[in-house]
Design a protein around this ligand. Structure first.
Ligand SMILES: Cc1ncc(C[n+]2csc(CCOP(=O)(O)OP(=O)(O)O)c2C)c(N)n1
Length: 276
């Protein structure tokens, strides 16, 4: 069943609020990764706030769905989603990147709701594959999601997992590539051209779905077709914009990892309808 228009509006509103809170937190500590957090916003928000079977009350439920944020530098958007789900206290964004805080710069398994530490790029798809295999062995219906950056696919180990997940017919595994076409200090085309990413995954035996990664309805349909594909793993190549939602950040590698000055925060808040 499609999402109701009301629910889509609610989720879009959450995304706007999450963008505001993430940028404020990155501004407050004067470090962090705004660009890749903004591009993955709808992907994480739809999964955490609508699709995934998880609950803070039953955080250890063996049949919970799992998510591995393989592009770990987008941790602020993960944390904001975990707060909304009740895994973390409401005021925890103020601890982002501070010593002894639960909200470290990259996901750590000390943090409630984080299934897999990440930061060194490339490892998450293999970890998610292991989780998917374990769940299947245990007869669980739980699903596993791995969220990768497009630049991250420069890492060779991604393609080892890409090669083996179809062999094991892991239909409980969905990978999402946050295809924003920009990485740390340039475009993916400049740094390592990916060519036809969809054909590459397809050649390895994946069910490939492409969609607009900022459109909640399109993402919802994409996750629905991934779930109904029972032969093997699916990958959603989600077309996104790095820095989405803030005009001067959009498409700019300069905002990959960067302290946000006061004036830029004020402009961003004006665009997003938040208070500086
Ligand atoms: C193994 C490894 N090499 C390098 C880095 C440094 N690094 C952090 S983010 C990043 C770029 C990632 O680009 P992409 O996956 O496209 O992320 P996004 O644009 O979605 O933020 C790099 C090179 C790292 N974290 N891990």
């Amino acid at each position: 069943m499609p999402l109701s228009q009301e629910r889509v509006a609610e989720l879009n509103d959450l995304c706007r609020m999450f963008r505001i809170d993430v940028l404020k937190a990155v501004h407050s500590i004067q470090s962090g990764h705004p660009g890749g957090s903004l591009s993955v916003c709808e992907i994480l928000t739809l999964l955490y706030q609508e699709l995934m079977n998880i609950s803070a009350d039953k955080a250890d439920d063996p049949n919970r769905d799992r998510l591995v944020l393989s592009k770990g530098h987008a941790a602020p958007m993960l944390y904001r989603n975990l707060i909304e789900k009740g895994f973390l206290p409401a005021d925890s964004m103020s601890g982002l990147r501070r010593i002894d805080s639960l909200l470290q710069g990259h996901p750590s398994n000390h943090t409630p709701g984080v299934e897999m530490p990440s930061g060194p790029l490339g490892l998450g798809l293999s970890a998610a594959q292991g989780m998917a295999m374990g769940l299947r062995l245990n007869g669980s219906k739980a699903r596993v999601y791995a969220i990768l950056g497009d630049g991250e696919t420069n890492e060779g180990v991604v393609w080892e997992a890409a090669m083996s997940a179809p062999k094991f017919g892991l239909s409980n595994l969905t990978a999402v590539v946050d295809y924003n076409k920009v990485q740390l200090d340039g475009t993916t085309d400049e740094i390592m051209p990916l060519g036809d990413l969809a054909s590459k995954f397809s050649a390895f035996g994946w069910n490939v779905i492409t969609c607009d990664g900022h459109d909640i309805n399109a993402l919802y349909d994409a996750f629905g077709s991934a779930k109904s594909y029972t032969v093997g793993p699916s990958v959603i190549i989600a077309d996104t914009i790095k820095g989405k939602g803030v005009s001067f950040m959009e498409g700019k590698a300069a905002w990959h990892g960067k302290a946000i000055p006061d004036a830029e925060l004020a402009t961003a808040m004006k665009e997003l309808g938040g208070e500086a």
